[in-house]
Design a protein around this ligand. Sequence first.
Ligand code: BJW
Ligand code: ZN
Length: 255
Amino acid sequence: MPHDATSDRNLPRARQLLAGASHVLVLTGAGVSAESGVPTFRGETGLWRNYKPEDLATPQAFARDPVLVWEWYAWRRGRLAECQPNAAHFSLARWMASRGGVTLVTQNVDGLHHRATRTVSAEVGRALPDPITLHGSIVHDRCTRCDYRAPARAWEGAPPRCPTCAALLRPDVVWFGEVLPVDQLANAARAATAAEVCLVVGTSGVVYPAAGLAYQARSTGAILVVVDPGPTALDPDAEMLLRGPAGVILPQLLT
Ligand code: BJW
Ligand code: ZN
């Protein structure tokens, strides 16, 4: 995919900014996994049977029609099973292994950052910190009644039920109108406040409170750098736009 010429001009400056920053917040969204084959939410590829995520990723949708919502998640889990972390996930993980002071916060539920981090941890022979996950994990289930949580198991026919209390299971993700995991959000907010540079990659920047972290970082002095092939809601506040796919831009930026 071609990218904007301004990216080429901005890249050396952005690289310098990052190298000089002792605290960096990296905030990622669905776009970072697009080149792995994971559909984004708000692009053409994000649509499933003509439903928007706002129609399905809510507790109300699940209460109304758990079969429909489970079918969506089963479809997505099936696609994800074929996907691997891409050059963007790996260059981020390797960059984090090469320096301190970087906090990786993701809205993604696909676990691809974790997988890249684990691979790079094995390469460098030490455990790198896990990314902060704001919206949960699609590869885990949890109970709608008790505190059962476990890796997702395949199911056929009726939606799965809790082995402990027999209530309906649900994907372990955060839906619209639900609160984000308190510790993860607090740690992300702390990193936003400390950041000298906030690098935002592959998010439309329309879902809160995640998008608010970029504004929070900026309001406490961070320089905002956005990497995305398309326009995002954060662009007007960004000091630097790097237009292009994350899998192309990040390996050049994070060296
Ligand atoms: C590439 C690329 C390539 C393409 N390389 N880039 C304040 C103001 C207004 C509203 C609210 C507010 N505070 C709270 C709200 C309500 C709501 C909200 O934000 N609504 C807005 C939509 C208006 N937020 C919530 O309800 C949150 N809860 C909460 O705040 O609790 C307290 C509260 C409740 C109620 C009222 C008030 C307070 C919860 C949000 C949960 C979001 N959940 C989802 C689903 C997760 C589970 C699942 O996966 O099924 O999270 S929705 C979906 O959107 C998912 C994503 O993480 C999230 C963000 O999407 P993302 O990552 O930005 O993807 P896209 O598709 O939008 O963008 C992709 C980008 O990639 C594009 O820019 C492309 O150009 C780019 N791209 N290829 C790089 N190769
Ligand atoms: Zn249960």
